[in-house]
Design a protein around this ligand. Structure first.
Ligand SMILES: NC(=O)c1ccc[n+]([C@@H]2O[C@H](COP(=O)([O-])OP(=O)(O)OC[C@H]3O[C@@H](n4cnc5c(N)ncnc54)[C@H](OP(=O)(O)O)[C@@H]3O)[C@@H](O)[C@H]2O)c1
Length: 268
């Protein structure tokens, strides 16, 4: 199996590196293409894959075409590759808002996977949600999933609306966590801790709580009940959050991202 990654930016390189580190594919079976001279120079220095600058040298060779350019470059790219593709090729697109119908229309291909990554993919801890077109077979789906899993975990969803919804949860979600962390670090500094001390206090609290959650089968609510005793400090904090409707505000924020993803999809 040969994979071609088009667009060696943040995300394209993240997946190309994930695939190469996983040993799922041999070096000669990972091709990476970019149009920018600067990126090509950097790619040529890397040992993990072959770099290309001309689509016709690599598109016909690929079994899977992984598209990681910005959405506004998609139409021109698809127009160029249309005469080079064959009907057995699978397209995996991580472009926000670009629908399966538009990829089919502009490439003429039918086997399409639309995926939504998130930032922790960069360190192998990402979550990629994805949806497949009906033309993708079960075996092909499993192959695609193993490629996506090289940057963390993946979750197959049933329709494209769920891709927009997952944008509101896992796609944009890391920023919500950073928002919460920032607020806690500011509170720590107001209490007199240095920036370094605040960073340690907050980051270890987050990673510890997440690990605890992952290693148990308790819900976040159950954990909250366990740590918050009546009249205690944690209860005081949780009561303050409840009084300020923080729960509703976080849900509202996630829906704002979901709605924006739907809007961006319509623009494309
Ligand atoms: N970054 C994220 O966290 C994130 C999360 C979810 C989804 N995504 C999606 O991932 C995609 C890539 O994002 P990114 O942040 O990795 O973008 P990026 O860093 O701008 O990388 C895209 C690369 O593709 C190149 N390119 C553009 N058109 C091309 C073409 N026709 N042929 C070959 N190369 C081409 C660009 O070159 P130039 O710079 O010269 O244009 C650039 O080097 C986007 O569609 C985005 O919606 C990103």
């Amino acid at each position: 199996m040969k994979v071609l990654v088009i667009g060696a930016g943040n995300m394209g390189l993240t997946y190309a590196e994930g695939m190469s580190k996983s040993k799922l594919l041999k070096r000669k079976n990972i091709m990476v293409l970019d149009k920018s001279e600067e990126k090509l120079e950097a790619l040529n220095q890397m040992e993990h894959f072959d770099a290309f600058s001309d689509l016709k040298d690599c598109v016909p060779e690929a079994d899977i075409i992984f598209v990681a350019v910005k959405p506004y470059h998609a139409e021109a790219l698809f127009k160029t590759i249309k005469p080079m593709v064959n009907s057995q090729q699978i397209v995996i697109s991580i472009m926000a808002g670009v629908t399966i119908a538009s990829i089919k229309e502009h490439t003429g291909l039918q086997k399409i996977v639309r995926a939504m990554p998130n930032l922790p993919a960069k360190i192998g801890k990402g979550l990629t949600s994805y949806v497949i077109s009906p033309e993708v077979s079960r075996i092909e789906m499993l192959t695609v999933e193993s490629l996506l899993d090289t940057t963390g975990k993946s979750l197959q969803v049933s329709n494209e609306m769920r891709i927009d919804a997952s944008t509101g949860i896992s796609g944009s979600g890391p920023a919500y966590v950073f928002y919460f962390m920032q607020s806690m670090m500011e509170a720590a500094m107001q209490m007199g801790f240095s920036k370094n001390e605040s960073t340690v206090l907050v980051s270890q609290t987050f990673s510890g709580a997440v690990e605890l959650f992952k290693q148990s089968n308790l819900s976040p609510n159950s954990w909250m009940e366990r740590v918050a005793s009546k009249g205690g400090t944690t209860r005081a904090a949780l009561d303050s959050m409840e009084d300020n409707n923080v729960n509703e505000l976080i849900k509202e924020a996630a829906f704002a991202a979901f709605n924006r993803a739907v809007e961006l999809g319509k623009e494309h």
